[in-house]
Design a protein around this ligand. Structure first.
Ligand code: SF4
Ligand code: MG
Length: 281
């Protein structure tokens, strides 16, 4: 196994679901390197929140972005270096809140990046405020009488936006998480993995998830309508069962690969730039 450890001291709370995500992704990256992918061709990008510290704990190229901006940073990296595997880590408050529009457009254009969302349904780093996926009535620091909003179902929204790979895992199922991560990273196109990552300090949902989750089997992830029904089966506010596994997968051209077809004559490009500049004068 490739040693991806760093000297950074881990400051996550004991029992935090982030540990499963960290261990699983390290195993996946290690296996990819052993299979011949150079470590220099892996680029990790994080947002802001408890999840973001993950890049400090993995010895690989990484970029700490701004809150909600992990996706555009990753898209820019992928376009500049199309041969790399770009893997984003984000939180529910991070990418399902402030950064949601970026997710929608990344899914729409099917850019070949992987987004792993540590969806603990709470703002952990800022001590327990509600996020877009907190259930109705959630009581936290900013909502002592309970939230008055229904939560968003992010996978439903991102499937409708055109994503070509969607999956759901849990921080209580590392073997499955590892398999999903590897499939998502190897998928050619936009992939999103929603991980039900438990925040033991501000919103401990281990018991709830253990009662409701089940693994998909005999399921065809290429069936769009079936994926929609499966994703909508759990509406984030009920006692409905929660499906885990690859929910949707479709092969289609990725955004950055479409640029390879374009041959630009440098002289022609210069003339076009001059024309555009003249139009402003
Ligand atoms: Fe994990 Fe929650 Fe602690 Fe953050 S606050 S490290 S999400 S348990
Ligand atoms: Mg969160």
């Amino acid at each position: 196994m490739v040693n991806l450890n760093t000297y950074a001291q881990n400051t996550w709370c004991p029992g935090c679901g982030n540990f499963s995500i960290l261990t699983s992704i390290k195993l996946v990256l290690s296996s990819l390197v052993e299979e011949g992918l150079g470590l220099e061709n892996i680029i990790l990008v994080s947002g802001i929140g408890c999840h973001a510290k993950i890049v400090d704990y993995i010895n690989a190229n990484s970029f700490y972005s701004l809150h909600g901006r992990v996706v555009p940073a990753a898209e820019a990296i992928k376009i500049a270096r199309p041969g790399t595997k770009v893997i984003c880590f984000s939180g529910d408050g991070d990418s399902y809140g402030e950064g949601m529009e970026h997710l929608i457009f990344a899914a729409k254009r099917n850019i070949d990046i992987t987004v792993i969302v540590h969806n603990n349904r709470v703002y952990g780093l800022t001590t327990g405020q509600y996020t877009p996926t907190s259930p109705l009535g959630y009581k936290g620091r900013s909502t002592p009488y309970g939230t008055k909003e229904h939560p968003v179902n992010p996978l439903e929204l991102i499937l409708a936006s055109g994503a070509s790979f969607l999956a759901r895992g849990t921080s209580h199922g590392m073997e499955q998480l590892k398999n999903i991560f590897k499939e998502a990273v190897m998928h050619k196109g936009f992939s999103l993995v929603d991980v039900l990552q438990v925040c033991v300090t501000y919103y401990n949902m281990y018991e709830y998830y253990d009662k409701h989750i089940y693994e998909l089997s005999g399921y065809n992830p290429q069936d769009y309508n079936q994926a929609f029904s499966k994703i909508r089966e759990w509406d984030y506010n009920t006692e409905a069962p929660i499906a885990l596994g690859v929910l949707y997968k479709k092969e289609m051209p990725s955004f950055e690969s479409s640029f390879k077809q374009v041959k630009v004559d440098p002289l022609d490009r210069e003339n076009k730039i001059k024309q555009v500049l003249k139009s402003f004068i």
